[in-house]
Design a protein around this ligand. Structure first.
Ligand SMILES: NC(=O)c1ccc[n+]([C@@H]2O[C@H](COP(=O)([O-])OP(=O)(O)OC[C@H]3O[C@@H](n4cnc5c(N)ncnc54)[C@H](O)[C@@H]3O)[C@@H](O)[C@H]2O)c1
Ligand SMILES: NCCCC=O
Ligand code: NA
Length: 504
């Protein structure tokens, strides 16, 4: 077992390059979901702190040491942050697991991804210098024109708890690469590693106010950020209902938002797959990785009737083999869900499914060997119909629901039978069929013969009620840039639209 005695740092809000006590001096307890114990606390920002952070951010973009930097200069900061994350990887990963219940293996992988994301946007920041000013040829003797890409300004980044540091970095890295000044508001359920990012920024000498970190409750800290008149954009990842509130607040000021929301993504498995085990493992990974708390989790298995029984049998064998334990234990593959609230919510979804007539084929309860902690067995639910809650609503826990299909048309209809549109997967060795599904799936992310692999280079985001806008890739950077056209009149001749008074 890894060292569970890693001390939990007692931090303040990170504003203007320093640690600052919240104006109202309030704090929120940190709960370890594996033990249900309070292991520390985080500062609780309110509207007063948001005002101070926005002011610090505005000063940063007005100052030369941040506001006049080139992409190459900003890349140096991003690379220094990446190096520090790797240097502190073991402690950061342990803190992430203690705070969120994520297995230590997954937390360590997240820290690699965090560093990789900073490195990736360092490259893009450098490349931005040559794309900052693009001439546009009008074939005109009278006008010279060009287009500038410039930082959008002060941006608010509001993020969830499921990948606490990684989801924040998907926004922080491109925002800093673009030259914006950012205010990050992580989830109150798991903020430790985001606060440690503040310490890293302090250590590497990131210019003050370029990144500010305000922990606190959603309505008290996130709300004032979303409605702040001097915040130029909100980039949000989280639930649909909160996304709606943020959009409503931002709409009052016509403030742009990007929303990465939830999902109920399908995985369609055809009977032509060569290897049931390979398909079974991807199906499991698609729903049980991170204990199912993944926005893109493929939580609806749609399997061809002819192999349904054999496939479910194989899924069960793989599922029974999953080690459920304290997330710091070696080889743990399924930790607790993040909080008491999430635990109750997941169990309620399972009991509602039962009451609506579905069958709990496997799991559905707390594992017998774990008396404390917010643990839920990996759960597979069959006899599901399309009017059931379990088919329609995002559980955000280790719960897979299963339906069978006969024809390709039926599979497509079932796959798209959701208000969400984040991700979708198809498993088949028929290349043409996979192409047909790629076109037919109503979502922003398509996986073929796999589920969940995620790369910094590719756009991340959805359609329908999964939101709009894209994180990651060049699209993630563009979302923090303002496009400015510049038109210069270069002719020595008068414009001659009005009659000149000298000709009267
Ligand atoms: N599409 C994606 O990329 C993606 C990634 C991860 C998670 N998610 C989604 O996130 C959800 C789970 O995360 P969660 O429970 O942290 O979501 P949430 O909406 O409860 O909270 C997200 C963030 O919003 C803040 N917040 C809450 N109320 C607010 C308000 N009134 N004003 C401003 N901010 C407020 C929270 O404090 C937190 O920082 C799931 O629905 C999941 O699918 C989506
Ligand atoms: N693989 C990372 C997925 C992020 C969304 O929850
Ligand atoms: Na926690």
């Amino acid at each position: 077992m890894a060292n569970r005695n890693v001390p939990i740092p007692r931090r303040q809000l990170y504003i203007g390059g320093e640690w600052r006590e919240p104006v109202k001096k309030k704090r929120i307890p940190i709960i370890n979901p594996a033990t249900e114990e309070i292991i520390g606390d985080i500062p609780a920002a309110t509207a007063e702190d948001v005002d101070i952070a926005v002011e610090a951010a505005r000063k940063a973009i007005a100052r030369d040491d941040w506001g006049s930097t080139t992409g190459a200069q900003r890349a140096k900061y991003l690379r220094a942050i990446a190096a520090k994350v790797l240097e502190k990887k073991s402690v950061l990963a342990t803190l992430e697991s203690l705070d969120s219940g994520k297995t230590l293996f997954e937390s360590a992988a997240d820290m690699d991804d965090v560093a990789g994301c900073f490195e990736y946007y360092a490259d893009l920041a450098e490349a931005l210098d040559s794309r900052r000013k693009i001439p546009v040829n009008l074939n005109s003797d009278s006008f010279k024109t060009y287009v500038l890409r410039e930082p959008l300004g002060v941006v608010g980044l509001i993020t969830p708890w499921n990948y606490p540091l990684l989801m924040a970095i998907w926004k922080v890295a491109p925002a800093l690469a673009a030259g914006c000044a950012a205010i990050l508001k992580p989830s109150e359920l798991a903020s430790i590693t985001c606060l440690e990012l503040g310490e890293i920024c302090r250590e590497i000498g990131l210019p003050s106010g370029a990144l500010n970190i305000l922990t606190g409750l959603g309505p008290e800290a996130g709300g004032p950020l979303a409605s702040h008149p001097h915040v130029d954009k909100i980039s949000f990842t989280g639930s649909g209902p909160t996304g709606s509130k943020i959009m409503t607040a931002a709409a009052q000021l016509v403030k742009p938002v990007s929303l990465e929301l939830g999902g109920k993504s399908p995985i369609v498995v055809f009977d032509d797959i060569d290897n049931l085990d390979i398909a079974a493992e991807w199906t499991l990974f698609g729903i049980f990785v991170n204990t199912g708390q993944v926005c893109s989790a493929t939580s609806r298995l749609i399997v061809q009737e002819s192999i349904a029984s054999a496939f479910l049998d194989r899924l069960l064998k793989w599922t029974k083999n999953i080690k459920i334990s304290d997330p710091l234990e070696e080889d743990c593959k399924l930790g607790p869900v993040v909080s008491a609230g999430q635990y109750e919510k997941v169990l309620k979804f399972i009991s509602n499914a039962k009451s609506e007539g579905a069958t709990i084929l496997y799991g559905g309860e707390r594992p017998q060997h774990l008396k404390k902690g917010y643990y839920v067995q990996p759960t597979i639910i069959t006899d599901v119909n399309t009017s059931m809650e379990i088919w329609k609503e995002e559980v955000f826990g280790p719960v897979l629901c299963v339906k069978t299909f006969k024809t390709e048309e039926e599979a497509i209809e079932l796959a798209n039978d959701t208000k969400y549109g984040l991700a979708a997967a198809v498993m088949s060795k028929d290349v043409k069929r996979c192409e047909r599904f790629t076109k037919a799936f109503q979502s922003g992310i398509i996986w073929i013969n796999c589920s969940q692999p995620t790369f910094n280079q590719l756009p991340w985001g959805g359609k329908k009620r999964s939101g709009f806008g894209r994180d990651l890739g060049e699209w993630g950077l563009e979302s923090f840039l303002n496009i400015k056209q510049v038109t210069e009149y270069t002719s020595a001749e008068p414009w001659a639209f009005y009659k000149s008074p000298s000709k009267n």
